[in-house]
Ligand binder design. Sequence first.
Ligand code: ASC
Length: 152
Amino acid sequence: MKPRHATAVLLGCLCLPALAQFQTPEAAIKYRQGAFSVMGAHFSRLAMMTQGIQPFDAKSATENAELVGNLARLPFTAFGPGTDKGAPNRSRDEVWKEAAKFKAAAEKMVADVGKLEAAAKGGDFETLKAAVGVVGKSCKSCHDDFRGARRE
Ligand code: ASC
């Protein structure tokens, strides 16, 4: 790397810590939306099983729970300062105004998802059903507090 380029990279890191992993707010917004969307798809498959809409299959439940577990940590890296705008999104200002509360909600969700993974691996239907219920409440409570109308 040429020294000039190294300097540019260093300055970029110093000036834009929040966007360090994203080139633009739009990229951050699309990343977190993508992560939530894929996470929701795999969580829904688990919920369909525990609600009896799809047959319970312990192997599939474990695969879906592991995916949810891996995906759950991703979106929250993409709510840095200045990522409230840049692409259409449903984040409320409270995400940034009540950052500590948002962080706590995110951490609770990740912890609940950890228990979901353990429950799926355990193979007991009722334990899994209870864990899906806890995670679903975790999703909903964060949506109630931090997700609003779509804005441009
Ligand atoms: C899902 C999904 C969510 C949650 C939420 C639970 O399957 O995509 O966002 O469950 O609806 O309340």
